[in-house]
Design a protein around this ligand. Sequence first.
Ligand SMILES: [Zn+2]
Ligand SMILES: [Zn+2]
Length: 173
Amino acid sequence: MSEQANSHRWPSRLRFNYGFLLEATLGTFRVTELDYPDVHAEDIILRPLKGKITATRTSEGIYISGRLKSKLPTECMRCLEPTEQPITIKLDDLFYYPPHLAPEGEFVVGENGFIDLAPLIRELSLLALPIQSLCKPDCQGLCQECGQNLNEGDCGCQDDDIDPRFAKLRELL
Ligand SMILES: [Zn+2]
Ligand SMILES: [Zn+2]
């Protein structure tokens, strides 16, 4: 995806400076309100991204919790038209500090106390996406014979009792 190559040109707007929390006493927290019309999370674009993130200083690092609402562009699985899927992203993750004490594969607080939430938000967004996205609950899908989008009207194939598997062949003949 070309977005992926471009995503590092801009500093991530999902990168937050929590350096002050590292100096603070355990239990200190900071609530950050997010309200972006659109934002990159690595190679995906979230439009919009709204919600609150709470960062809390714990003995092991900085614990990030929160609930964000967004929408992801996707494709209707029945009619294949572009559509968007509302998603809820639930953050519930510990970023270890100091980084060398982190178990392998865990998130760590970056240099100078910066945490980039883009990789986490990207992963959670994709996980929040339902396997079956529909443009609307009663999407009629495509005609199996002629491929017409049945949401736009009946194509008249229904009366025809030709096996849809032969439709392609018939088109060729
Ligand atoms: Zn559809
Ligand atoms: Zn048809």
